[in-house]
Design a protein around this ligand. Structure first.
Ligand SMILES: NC(=O)C1=CN([C@@H]2O[C@H](COP(=O)(O)OP(=O)(O)OC[C@H]3O[C@@H](n4cnc5c(N)ncnc54)[C@H](OP(=O)(O)O)[C@@H]3O)[C@@H](O)[C@H]2O)C=CC1
Ligand SMILES: CC(C)(CO)C(=O)C(=O)O
Length: 337
C-alpha cells in the first residue's frame, strides 16, 4: 500500500490528507504541536459546502520531519515563505524516487523544491478550492473543485486514491498556465484580506470587485505582452473576468449563482494569515505580477500598491477597508496621481 505524507499540515494539508485518510489511504500528517494536540483531542473533522461531514480518528499527526522518511508521495502544504525551510528539512530524509507535490499557491514553490530535492520527482499542483480552519480539529471546504497537477507517469499509482477521496486529480502536461490562472483568482486575496469580510460578502459588493478587476486587468495585459496564456479554470475565460467583476451587483449575483458556489464561511488564506498575525504570501502572488512587469520593462502599479497595503496591514491592526476607499486608492495609483 502506498504511504502519503502531508508536510505542513494546516488548512489545506489537513483537509486533503484527511479526505485521503477517510477513504482508506495511509496518511501521516507532519506539522505543528498545537494541531497535533487539537487532533489528538477532537480527531479530524471534515465538512464541505455540499453538507459532507466526516470524522477521521485516530489521526497520525507528527511534528518531526523524520515521519516523512518512508513516504512514497509527499504533499507539501506549507505557506510559500516556508517552502525553502521545508525542502531543506526533507532533503536528506526522503527516499530516492519519492514523489513530492507542491499543493501551494503562487508559481515558484515547485522550483524551490526541485532545486533542493535532487533524485526525487517534484511536481507542481494547484488547489482550486477554499478551506477554512474552524478550530477544534475542524476543516471546511467552502468552494467546489478537485485537484490539478503536473502530469507524470508515476502518478498512476495514486489516481484511484484521490478519486476515492472525492478529490480527483486533473493532470496537465503544462501546469504553468493553470498556476497563472489560479494566480489571477488569488489577486482577490489581498482585497479580501483588506476588506476583513467573508469571501461571499466581499464579492457581493461591486467596489471590491472593481478593485480585483483593476488588479486582474493589469495582470492580463502583462501576460499578453509576455506571451503567456492563462488556462481556463471556470466557465468564464480569464480574459473576461474583469468585465464580469465590473457588472452591477444584481447582474453579477445572477451570473455568480450559476457559476460559482461560495458558502458563507469561506475566507481567503491571506485573511487567515493577517488574522493570525503571520506574514502573508503577497510576494508570491502580487509579487509575481510585479516581477513579470519588470522582466518586460514595464510596471504593475496596482499590484505593487496591494503589496504595500498588505505589508502595512501585516505590521499592525487596522479597520477593514471599505470597497470605495480601496478602489480610490488603487485607481489613484493606476492613473499615477
Ligand atoms: N487555505 C486555503 O483555502 C487555500 C490555500 N491554498 C494554498 O495552500 C498552501 C497552504 O495554505 P494553508 O493550508 O492555508 O496554510 P496553513 O498555514 O493553514 O498551513 C501550513 C501549516 O504548515 C506549518 N508549517 C510551516 N512550516 C513547517 C515546517 N517546516 N514543518 C512542519 N510544518 C510547517 C504551519 O505552521 P506555522 O503557521 O506555525 O508556521 C501551518 O500549520 C498555501 O500556499 C496557500 O496559499 C490554496 C488554496 C486554498
Ligand atoms: C481558494 C482561494 C482562491 C480563495 O480562498 C485561495 O486560493 C486562497 O484562499 O488562498
Amino acid at each position: 500500500m502506498v504511504r502519503i505524507a502531508v508536510y505542513g499540515a494546516g488548512g489545506i494539508g489537513c483537509y486533503v490528507g484527511g479526505r485521503l485518510a477517510a477513504t482508506g489511504t495511509d496518511v501521516v500528517f507532519i506539522g505543528r504541536q498545537r494541531l497535533a494536540d487539537e487532533l489528538a483531542e477532537h480527531g479530524l473533522q471534515l465538512t464541505d459546502y455540499l453538507g459532507a461531514d466526516l470524522l477521521v480518528r485516530p489521526v497520525r499527526y507528527e511534528t518531526a520531519p523524520a515521519a516523512a522518511a518512508d513516504a512514497d508521495l509527499v504533499l507539501v502544504t506549507v505557506k510559500s515563505a516556508a517552502t525553502e525551510a521545508a525542502a531543506d528539512e526533507l532533503a536528506d530524509l526522503l527516499k530516492p524516487g519519492a514523489i513530492v507535490v507542491s499543493f501551494q499557491n503562487g508559481l515558484r514553490n515547485g522550483d524551490i523544491l526541485r532545486d533542493r530535492l535532487k533524485d526525487r520527482i517534484v511536481l507542481s499542483g494547484m488547489v482550486p478550492f477554499n478551506v477554512l480552519n474552524r478550530g477544534g480539529g475542524s476543516f471546511h471546504q467552502g468552494t467546489a473543485g478537485g485537484l490539478d497537477i503536473e502530469e507524470h507517469p508515476a502518478l498512476a499509482d495514486y489516481v484511484d486514491a484521490f478519486a476515492r477521496a472525492g478529490l480527483p486529480l486533473t493532470r496537465h502536461a503544462d501546469i504553468l498556465p493553470v498556476q497563472w490562472a489560479k494566480l489571477l483568482l488569488n489577486l482577490n486575496n489581498p482585497v479580501n484580506a483588506l476588506s476583513d469580510l467573508p469571501l461571499r460578502d466581499e464579492l457581493s459588493q461591486r467596489d471590491y470587485r472593481r478593485c480585483l478587476a483593476v488588479a486582474q486587468a493589469e495582470t492580463l495585459a502583462l501576460l499578453k505582452a509576455g506571451g503567456i496564456k492563462p488556462a481556463r479554470l471556470m466557465v468564464i475565460p480569464p480574459q473576461h473576468l474583469p468585465a464580469m467583476l465590473r457588472l452591477p451587483d444584481f447582474l453579477y449575483k445572477r451570473l455568480a449563482n450559476k457559476t460559482l458556489a461560495i458558502d458563507p464561511l469561506a475566507r481567503t488564506s491571506m485573511w487567515e494569515d493577517l488574522r493570525a498575525g503571520r506574514s502573508t504570501e503577497v510576494d508570491f502572488i502580487n509579487g509575481e505580477v510585479v516581477r513579470l512587469a519588470e522582466s518586460l520593462g514595464r510596471t504593475a502599479p496596482v499590484n505593487a500598491k496591494l503589496i504595500d497595503l498588505i505589508r502595512a496591514a501585516e505590521s499592525g491592526p487596522r479597520e477593514g477597508w471599505t470597497g470605495s476607499a480601496l478602489l480610490s486608492e488603487l485607481t489613484k495609483t493606476a492613473s499615477g496621481r
